[in-house]
Design a binder for this molecule. Structure first.
Ligand SMILES: N[C@@H](CCC(=O)N[C@@H](CS)C(=O)NCC(=O)O)C(=O)O
Length: 355
């Protein structure tokens, strides 16, 4: 460890700077400790904002410079927000410069002194395929990582989190920002630096699709699933299916959401589509229509799944175990439904349609 410290003075100055940057947000404000608590009096799900919002930069003098081996991504294979970061690690060829560790899929007790349920690491590598013990801090829970980064943290201990091994702190826990950093700032150490998922000429269109997809689809399925009253559910499910119909129509004319090249908008939509028929349809009551009943959306999901590297970011076992097993107020007995076991490696027509 000491080998990483440039000089004790510099180290503590950087640590203080990083902590100020990382903690420049309302850490002392009382926040929900679980997504299931983020429901307003009207019964609607209302997601809290992420807390750690510092940026890694290609500028070598920045507090968090983009260097190989310094950062680690803590994820859950179950989580769509974490999976989009994982997808970027694979697509950009950054997985040897930035390691990652997945937690166990089912929430567990994070402290003996309270009843919080959250992400936990396995005690050994062979405990749960895909999940690994924390390699750097020996943390038993993601909550512990947040507590190492800030003693004042009272918010939700969420994944993904981009961890700085040198300063032992969370750089950023907002996936929409982490993916932009992975796209833009690490090109000098990426194996695929030429892949730009946010090209300037498509930025306006990417932002427009992201606005539609985030609110109505990515977060929309959670609004359906976590609603505690009928009317917020009705509103969320209507918005969800209006947005899916719109995507289906866009994809009838072009291979990807912003044209005929893969962009950030596709990675962001994919992580919800791949979980939809297996989990959201049943667990979150999104059963008006399945993705496999939309010809374009279904083939588009297969198309993206078959991009080299992408299938390794999809662990359906973790996805199914997590949702059905971690929300006792929705599924009290934790029973995992049998189907549908879709083959996303099956042929699709997208390449032929849009040559
Ligand atoms: N805005 C965050 C959201 C992350 C998030 O909500 N992650 C969920 C898993 S899918 C989580 O860790 N939840 C912990 C909990 O509910 O206790 C991001 O996009 O990075």
């Amino acid at each position: 460890m000491l080998g990483l410290v440039p000089s004790s003075y510099l180290f503590y100055r950087r640590l203080a700077a990083a902590r100020t940057l990382s903690a420049a947000t309302p850490l002392s404000v009382k926040m929900a400790r679980s997504a299931l608590d983020e429901v307003t009096d009207s019964g609607a799900f209302d997601r809290s904002p992420s807390t750690f919002r510092s940026f890694v930069s290609r500028d070598s003098s920045a507090p968090f410079p983009a260097v190989a081996g310094r950062y680690h991504l803590y994820v859950s294979y179950a989580c769509p927000w974490a999976s989009r970061c994982l997808a970027y690690l694979k697509l950009k060829g950054l997985d040897s410069a930035i390691g990652f560790t997945s937690v166990k899929p089912i929430f567990g007790r994070t402290k003996e002194s309270d009843d919080h349920l959250g992400w936990v690491f396995p005690a050994a590598r062979d405990e749960e395929p895909g999940a690994e013990p924390d390699p750097f801090n020996g943390a038993k829970t993601v909550r512990e990582l947040y507590e190492i980064a800030s003693t004042k943290y009272t918010g939700k201990p969420t994944v993904p989190l981009l961890w700085d091994k040198q300063l032992k702190t969370v750089v950023n826990n907002e996936s929409s920002e982490i993916i932009r950093m992975l796209n833009n700032e690490f090109n000098e150490i990426a194996e695929n630096p030429g892949l730009d998922l946010n090209p300037a000429h498509l930025q306006a269109s990417i932002d427009e699709i992201n606005d539609l997809v985030y609110d109505a689809i990515n977060n929309g399925v959670y609004k359906c699933g976590f609603a505690k009253k009928q009317s917020p559910y009705d509103e969320a499910v209507t918005n969800l299916y209006n947005a899916l119909d719109k995507c289906e129509e866009i994809l009838s004319k072009q291979r990807f959401m912003c044209g005929n090249q893969l962009t950030e908008a596709d990675v962001r939509l994919f992580v919800t589509l791949i979980r939809f028929d297996e989990v959201y349809a049943v667990h979150f009551k999104c059963n008006k229509k399945l993705i496999r009943e939309y010809p374009n959306l279904f083939n588009y999901t297969k198309d993206i799944y078959q991009i080299p590297g992408m299938s390794s970011t999809v662990n359906m076992e973790h996805i199914r175990k997590h949702y059905y097993g971690s929300h006792p107020s929705i599924n009290p007995y934790g029973i995992i439904p049998a189907g549908p076991s879709i083959d996303y490696n099956a042929p699709h027509d997208r390449e032929k349609l849009f040559l």
